[in-house]
Design a protein around this ligand. Structure first.
Ligand code: C2E
Ligand code: MG
Ligand code: MG
Ligand code: MG
Length: 290
């Protein structure tokens, strides 16, 4: 290729790189203003009791409505917030609003619901900030700590197992529940798992997908349930999309279900309508155990 072509190509890549840098900077700038600009919203995905399909609670899932980009997925902006060092602010906003909403539904007679909040590995690592944020949120909203659950991934715990165990233990001593999210996709050691103060395993969606196939089998789910039981933990299954998956899962003796088959994550008013609907049907939403 000629010299001129080579130069053009160089300019092409240079420009694309510059654009990417500008793009990233713009996203970071916008994200740093998202809380002040009221651009976050919590969606809620119902958590269902396997026995009677009662709504026992919900997982809080944050959404960012960007003024020009529209809806940005947490998969795309949570890592940016982590890189920027503002994940604690985002986490605080999520926690405060999740606790507040749960307390309001409580007061409105819609049930004593479990609220499950995702924790970034970085939040778990900064345990002093985390404990303070949790104390603030519970005090401000008056939510019963037994209604609060944190979801952490295996990776987050294994980064620094000793410290994670202490932090999770402190939360659990306040009555807060701890669940391992996306269980089975990480590399947690069984030896550690036994020693971690954990209440619940949330089996990752990837193990549920092939249960829809004729030759799919639930051996992994069965093994996880067996292990969870021997550690005194309960089991949630995420990502149930079809009746066939549900039937196979039900046979394995799990406790809680989540997935599009029941409901997608919903904005608060729609979640509230779903609670009202259950009450109308004679079921009382809320936790059974305390
Ligand atoms: P996650 O905690 O494992 O949440 C489950 C994800 O699976 C959610 O995606 C949910 O909408 C989706 N999902 C639920 N049921 C089904 C189903 O039946 N089929 C399929 N295909 N998907 C289903 P979402 O809301 O986009 O969140 C993605 C991830 O972003 C979460 O994964 C979590 O790791 C993170 N995230 C969301 N909100 C927060 C937050 O407030 N704080 C932190 N640190 N992370 C968050
Ligand atoms: Mg989760
Ligand atoms: Mg998950
Ligand atoms: Mg996940």
């Amino acid at each position: 290729c000629s010299k001129a072509e080579g130069r053009n190509r160089y300019h092409f890549f240079e420009t694309r790189l510059q654009l990417e840098v500008q793009e990233r900077k713009a996203l970071e700038r916008d994200l740093s203003r998202a809380i002040a600009n009221n651009e976050f919203e919590l969606f809620y995905q119902p958590i269902i009791d396997v026995k009677d399909h009662r709504i026992v609670g919900m997982e809080a899932l944050v959404r960012w409505f960007h003024p020009s980009r529209g809806l940005v997925s947490p998969v795309d902006f949570i890592p940016v917030a982590e890189r920027m060092g503002i994940i604690a602010e985002v986490g605080k906003w999520v926690l405060n609003n999740a606790c507040l909403q749960t307390r309001e539904w409580n007061n409105a007679g819609l049930g004593k619901l479990l609220i499950s909040v995702n924790l970034s590995p970085l939040e778990l690592a900064r345990h002093e900030d985390l404990i303070e944020s949790v104390g603030d949120a519970l005090q401000k909203t008056g939510l019963d700590p037994h209604q609060l659950q944190f979801e952490v991934t295996e990776g987050a715990m294994m980064d620094n197992p000793r410290e994670a165990a202490i932090t999770l233990g402190m939360l659990r001593n306040q009555g807060i529940r701890i669940a391992i999210d996306d269980f089975g996709t990480g590399y947690s050691s069984l030896a550690y798992l036994k020693r971690f103060p954990v209440d619940k395993l949330k089996i990752d969606r990837s193990f549920i997908i092939d249960l829809d196939q004729e030759d799919g089998n639930s051996a992994i789910v069965r093994a996880v349930v067996f292990m969870a039981r021997s550690f005194g933990m309960s089991v949630n299954v995420e990502g149930i999309e079809t009746e066939k998956q549900l039937d196979r899962i039900r046979a394995e003796g799990v406790d809680e279900l989540q997935g599009f088959f029941f409901s997608k994550p919903l904005p608060a008013p729609e979640m509230e309508a779903l609670l009202q609907k259950q009450i109308g049907a004679g079921l009382v939403p809320g936790m059974t155990t305390h």
